[in-house]
Design a binder for this molecule. Sequence first.
Ligand code: URA
Length: 230
Amino acid sequence: MRLDKFLCKSTELTRSEAVASIEAAEVSVNGEVVTDSAVQVHENNNITLNGQVLTARASRYIMVHKPLNTLSSNVDGDYPSVMNCLDMEKVCDLHIAGRLDADTTGLVLITDDGRWSFNIINPKYHCEKVYRVSLRDPITADIAQKFARGMQLQGEASLTRPAKLEELEPKEVLLTITEGRYHQVKRMFAAVGNRVNALHRQQIGDVTLDIDVGRWRHLTAAEINSFSDN
Ligand code: URA
């Protein structure tokens, strides 16, 4: 990770304070003063600030049950950020692994470990996301097959990857997709002449949402590791 990020993870400094300390030649890496904040360091390096050895805090891995009308961003906008659900320090260091629309509820994974979130977001890894979808119209018999074959969405160069549709009730389905294209679920149903009335993400990979709306919890070791084995 970058040296300024390491400083933030091991002290109470903000990113700009960390950069200032580095530029003021207060930081050494393996005995050498380093003044470039972008230098890559490893947690095993001997890194000191004014002679004090620094140890990075453990990375954080969190699930949040995103409420309706919240933003999957770090700052408030037209709606409050989902990050407001987190009552912990240094929320600004965290990022969301796979955004949801403001009007989508459900499972959001949050971390400060960029490599880990890459395994979830990168379409190459085909991480499954399960959505519960409430529809305007009852589904017709052909839709599951169309989704399984892949859909041509407007403005997209390639078909969507095979998706799995399970009917719960005529207007209530579970949809499993392995990508995260822009408004993907809503656009898939629009492409077959239907409309999503409500959308809720209940699972990502092996991690299932099991907390009340607006609450958060740390992931278990097994949940964290389930994304590291890709
Ligand atoms: N697909 C959508 O259309 N919206 C979301 O929030 C997630 C997937």
